[in-house]
Design a protein around this ligand. Structure first.
Ligand code: SF4
Ligand code: SF4
Ligand code: SF4
Length: 581
C-alpha cells in the first residue's frame, strides 16, 4: 500500500495515501470529534466539529473530508482549534432542547460528551429556539426534532437502506429533518429498521419504550410473563453495562432476566432451529413441486416490509415461515400453554430482540396462532438493558445461569442466525444432509460468511446445483432483486437481513458513538461471538436439536405439516408504496 509521511501534533507517521486527516489521526490514536461524519453513512463535512489546523492551509480544515498529502503538518488540538469547536458547540446548543436529566441518550450522547469535554454549557448564545411536535405516529420509531442537531446521519442511513423517507425540509433556521410534505413517519413506507436511531448522535430518535407495560405485567399475579431472547442479544447486552463490543454475556443476561421477575426465560435459538426445519423443507418442496423460486428468507421484519412496499412482485417468493420471534410466541400460547394448563389469554409473551421492526411485526395479521397475539411486547436490547438498570440489578456481578426447560437446547446453527449469512448457512447444513442422506463432512459454509453487503455462492448438493445469494442491508437486497428481475442473476435461495451486517447490527442494539463506529467494524466484531459460540456447540445442525425433535414428535408431526402451517407460518401483503397498515 502506498503511503505518505505526515506529522500530527509534531510526531511523524506514514499513513495510507488517500486517507483523510480524520483517518490519519486515527492511525496516530487521536480521536478527532465528529458529529455529522459516520463512516460509510454520512460524509458531508457539515458540523465543523472536526476542524483542525494544517500548516500552510488558509483557515481551519474539516478533517473528515480533507485528504492528506506528503509532508503535511496537522495540529488537532491547538487553542484555535479548541476555540472553534467550542463556538460550534455553543451554536448547536443555542437551538437545542437541553433536557439531559431525563433524555434517553444521557451518558451516551455524543453532543453531551463534547460539551463536557469542551466545558460548554447552555446560555452562552441566546435567541429563538425552534419548537417541534414529537412524531410518535410509528409503532417503532419516535422522532423528536427538538433535540435534532441537523447532522443528517439518519438521512444517510435511511438512504443506504434504499428507503429514503426522511430528509431535510425547509431552509436556513427553519430547516428540519422530516418526511416528504411533512407527513408523519407512520404514513410513509418506513420499514421500521431503526438504522436511523443507531446512527443518531443525540436523543432525537429512539424506539417506542414498552418497558413500563412489562413491569406492570410482571407485577400482575394473574399473568404468566415469559421472555425469550434472540440469538444476537446475548452478544450485545453487555455493551449496555460497559463491556467492550464482542463480549458474550448469555449467562448474566439469563440471570438478570430471572431477577426481573419473568416466569420463564427462554432461548430463541430454539425457534431459530425450528425455522430452519420449516424453511429448508419448504425450499425443497418448492424445488420438487415447482413453487415460487428463488425462495427468500422471512426472519427479518424490516426486510419483509421493504419487500412488500418496494418489491411486491417478490412477495410470493418469501418463505411463509413466521420469524423465530413469532414462532416462539405461537408455541408458548399453544403447545406450552397446553402443557402447563394455562389459558393463552393469561400469558404475556415478551421477546427481547435486536430490532425495532419487530415492534411492527407483532401487530401484523396472521400472527395470532391461539387467537391472541403470538407476542405481546417486543423489546430491544437497549430496553432490556434499561429495565435491568432501573431494577438495580448489578449485571456485572451476576453469576451465569441457564435458560429454562423445555426450550433450552439449541444448535450452533441457531446461534449464527444473528449474523448476515447465518440463516443461509444454517439452512444449507440441514438441506445438504436431507438431500444427500449422509452426515456433512464440514459444516462451515464460508462463502456466505462475512459482513459484505452482497454475497453469492454456488454449491452442488446431491443432484442439485444450488446458487444462493445473501444480502445484508435492505439497500443491498435491492441490488440482488433488481438483478433477478432483469434475468441477470440466477439464484434459487436468497437470505435478506434488513440491517447491514445482520441482527448484530440491528436498529435495537446498544448505540456505539462515531468514535467507535469509525474505527472498528462493529458488525464483524459482534458477529465473531456468534461464530465462536457455534464452534463450541456439540450440536451444530438444527435438525439434530433434541428440543426440535421433541416438539415434532409430541406436537407438529413433521416439518410443514398441516398443524405446523397453522401455527408456524403466515402470509404477507402486496403493499406498494402507500399501504402502511
Ligand atoms: S440529546 Fe444529548 S445534549 Fe441533548 S438533552 Fe439529550 S443527552 Fe442532553
Ligand atoms: S426506521 Fe429505517 S426506514 Fe424508517 S426512517 Fe429510520 S432508517 Fe428509514
Ligand atoms: S435526527 Fe439525529 S441523526 Fe437525524 S439529523 Fe437529527 S441529530 Fe442527526
Amino acid at each position: 500500500m502506498a503511503t505518505v509521511n505526515v506529522k500530527i501534533n509534531g510526531v511523524e507517521y506514514a499513513v495510507p495515501q488517500g486517507s483523510t486527516v480524520l483517518e490519519a489521526a486515527r492511525i496516530a490514536n487521536i480521536d478527532i470529534p465528529t458529529l455529522c461524519y459516520l463512516k460509510d453513512i454520512n460524509e458531508i463535512g457539515a458540523c465543523r466539529l472536526c476542524l483542525v489546523e494544517v500548516k500552510g492551509a488558509r483557515g481551519l480544515v474539516t478533517a473528515c473530508v480533507y485528504p492528506v498529502n506528503e509532508g503535511m503538518e496537522i495540529f488537532t488540538n491547538t487553542p484555535r482549534v479548541q476555540a472553534s469547536r467550542k463556538m460550534n458547540l455553543q451554536l448547536i446548543l443555542s437551538n437545542h432542547e437541553k433536557k439531559c436529566l431525563s433524555c434517553i441518550r444521557s451518558t451516551n450522547c455524543e453532543l453531551q460528551k463534547l460539551c463536557r469535554d469542551y466545558g460548554v454549557d447552555e446560555g452562552y448564545i441566546k435567541g429563538t429556539v425552534n419548537e417541534y411536535k414529537i412524531d410518535d405516529s410509528s409503532v417503532s420509531i419516535i422522532r423528536d426534532n427538538n433535540k435534532c442537531i441537523l447532522c443528517r446521519r439518519c438521512v444517510g442511513a435511511c438512504n443506504n437502506q434504499g428507503v429514503g423517507v426522511i430528509g431535510a425540509n425547509n431552509r436556513g433556521f427553519d430547516t428540519e429533518i422530516s418526511c416528504a410534505f411533512g407527513q408523519d413517519l407512520a404514513s410513509t413506507s418506513c420499514i421500521n429498521c431503526g438504522q436511523c436511531i443507531v446512527s443518531c448522535p443525540v436523543g432525537a430518535l429512539y424506539e417506542r419504550d414498552d418497558t413500563d407495560k412489562i413491569f406492570d405485567a410482571i407485577a400482575d399475579p394473574t399473568k404468566h410473563v415469559l421472555i425469550c431472547t434472540a440469538p444476537s442479544v446475548r452478544a450485545q447486552i453487555g455493551e449496555c453495562f460497559g463491556y467492550a463490543p464482542g463480549t458474550d454475556c448469555e449467562g448474566k443476561m439469563v440471570a438478570a432476566l430471572r431477577r426481573l421477575g419473568f416466569d420463564g426465560v427462554f432461548d430463541m435459538n430454539f425457534t431459530a432451529d425450528l425455522t430452519i426445519l420449516e424453511e429448508a423443507n419448504e425450499f425443497l418442496s418448492r424445488v420438487k413441486n415447482g413453487g415460487a423460486l428463488p425462495m427468500i428468507t422471512s426472519c427479518s421484519p424490516g426486510w419483509i416490509k421493504f419487500c412488500e412496499h418496494y418489491y411486491p412482485d417478490f412477495v410470493d417468493n418469501l418463505s411463509t415461515c413466521k420469524s423465530p420471534q413469532q414462532m416462539f410466541g405461537a408455541i408458548a400460547k399453544t403447545y406450552y400453554a397446553e402443557k402447563m394448563g394455562w389459558d393463552p389469554k393469561d400469558i404475556v409473551f415478551v421477546s427481547a430482540i435486536p430490532c425495532t421492526a419487530k415492534k411492527f411485526e407483532i401487530g401484523r395479521d396472521g400472527q395470532s396462532a391461539a387467537g391472541v397475539p403470538d407476542v405481546d411486547f417486543a423489546v430491544t436490547t437497549r430496553e432490556v438493558g434499561r429495565m435491568i438498570e432501573k431494577a438495580g440489578i448489578k449485571f456485572r456481578d451476576l453469576a451465569d445461569e441457564d435458560f429454562d426447560d423445555p426450550f433450552n437446547v439449541a444448535s450452533g446453527a441457531g446461534v449464527i442466525f444473528g449474523a448476515t449469512g447465518g440463516v443461509m448457512e444454517a439452512a444449507l447444513r440441514t438441506a445438504a444432509e436431507v438431500i444427500e442422506g449422509k452426515p456433512l463432512e464440514k459444516v462451515e459454509f464460508n462463502d456466505v460468511r462475512g459482513v459484505e453487503g452482497v454475497k453469492l455462492a454456488s454449491y452442488k448438493i446431491g443432484d442439485i446445483n444450488l446458487n444462493v445469494a445473501v444480502a445484508s442491508g435492505s439497500g443491498n437486497a435491492k441490488k440482488i432483486l433488481d438483478a433477478v428481475r432483469a434475468g441477470e442473476l440466477d439464484v434459487q435461495f436468497i437470505e435478506v437481513m434488513a440491517c447491514p451486517g445482520g441482527c448484530v447490527n440491528g436498529g435495537g442494539q446498544p448505540i456505539q458513538p462515531a468514535s467507535v463506529r469509525n474505527s472498528i467494524d462493529l458488525a464483524a466484531t459482534r458477529a465473531a461471538i456468534l461464530y465462536k459460540a457455534d464452534e463450541q456447540k456439540d450440536i451444530r445442525k438444527s435438525h439434530e436439536s433434541s428440543a426440535v425433535k421433541k416438539i415434532y414428535d409430541e406436537y407438529f408431526g413433521e416439518p410443514n405439516s398441516h398443524k405446523a402451517h397453522e401455527i408456524l407460518h403466515t402470509h404477507y401483503v402486496k403493499r406498494g408504496l402507500y399501504n402502511n397498515k
